[in-house]
Design a protein. Structure first.
Length: 330
């Protein structure tokens, strides 16, 4: 009998955490699943741990990767899987015991064309840094407010190990086909592109382990610049409306980074800020303007690249008072 839920899990040098991860999957109250665990050329004993667990429970299916990397591992797992519902797991994390049951029930009720997600919680032996804690709080706020796609250009709004979709929808989104990192964020843009409606589950669905060797800390593909290389093309594809003025608000490092990227496209844009020392300067051949210039434009679209949380609140209030379309990118 084919599994109802296929769990796709890349594994690379996860030995210190892998047994705890696998035990959390085995403890699920929903039993009809198969874990397709792809060893990504680990140099520790991850592969032997997977084989030992597979001997005890046939629902655990170890596989060797076909090529190095997370995306090839996901492709390998996806190609072998047969479940009508699919989700992803990270080999250093843990599942709450009700995770699969809650997500399966939500998806069964909603049907195809939907995407289930829920709350997450970081954990670490050394404590959670403020940045990760803020990200956790922001993600959980999105679940509470049901406004994931509204914030999609700020950061990845669906955690990679906390989604579930129907197989047909994952195929429709061409999941894991492009060699494009960060692959989890790219997939969320595909969910958005193909109109998958988010089902926000209020319960805690995932324990996210923070440690010094996790991919987001060690791999260049997850550096800040990689995220902007993803955001800008997706914005120009999905939300940019031809004929409307495009405005970049922010003259800091991130604003300059995005300005350079936009200059490499055929998109004309205006650049504004509230820094008196920079207003009137020519930067990259563009004259920096005061943000009040936005009021003289006809129906602009504004990309906000200001990182300070207090300034973001004021900018949001100002743009909403002007009834201007805006997209936070930090």
């Amino acid at each position: 009998m084919a599994e109802k839920i296929s769990i796709l899990m890349p594994v690379y040098n996860a030995a210190p955490y892998l047994e705890e991860c696998l035990e959390s999957i085995l403890s699920q109250t929903f039993p009809d699943w198969v874990l397709w665990a792809v060893d990504d050329f680990s140099t520790d004993n991850s592969a032997s741990i997977l084989e030992a667990f597979a001997k005890k429970d046939s629902r655990i299916r170890p596989l060797p990767n076909t090529d190095k990397g997370i995306i090839p591992a996901l492709r390998t797992a996806f190609a072998k899987s047969t479940g009508q519902l699919l989700t992803r797991m990270d080999a250093d994390d843990k599942m709450p015991v009700q995770k699969l049951a809650l997500m399966q029930a939500a998806m069964r009720k909603a049907g195809r064309g939907h995407l289930a997600t829920g709350r997450v919680q970081y954990f670490s032996q050394k404590g959670i840094q403020d940045g990760y804690r803020r990200y956790e709080q922001w993600l959980n706020h999105l679940v509470h407010e049901d406004r994931h796609y509204e914030e999609i250009y700020r950061e990845c709004v669906i955690p990679s190990p906390a989604w579930m979709v129907y197989r047909e929808d994952l195929l429709r989104c061409e999941a894991f086909k492009p060699n494009r990192y960060p692959e989890d964020y790219d997939l969320v843009f595909r969910f958005y592109q193909y109109g998958l409606k988010v089902i926000p589950i209020p319960e805690l669905l995932h324990y996210w382990r923070d440690h010094r060797d996790r991919s987001s800390r060690t791999m260049a593909q997850y550096a800040n610049q990689s995220y902007f290389k993803l955001k800008i093309p997706w914005f120009l594809t999905l939300d940019r409306e031809a004929g409307r003025p495009l405005v970049l608000w922010g003259a800091g490092n991130k604003g300059k980074q995005v300005a350079k990227m936009l200059l490499q496209t055929e998109e004309d844009f205006r650049w504004v800020c509230d820094n008196q020392a920079k207003i009137g300067l020519d930067i990259y051949g563009l004259r920096m303007q005061h943000y009040q210039a936005i009021t003289q434009m006809d129906d602009p679209q504004v990309l906000v690249l200001v990182s300070n949380p207090e300034d973001q609140v004021l900018i949001r209030e100002q743009l909403e008072a002007w009834r201007v379309d805006y997209f936070f990118m930090v």
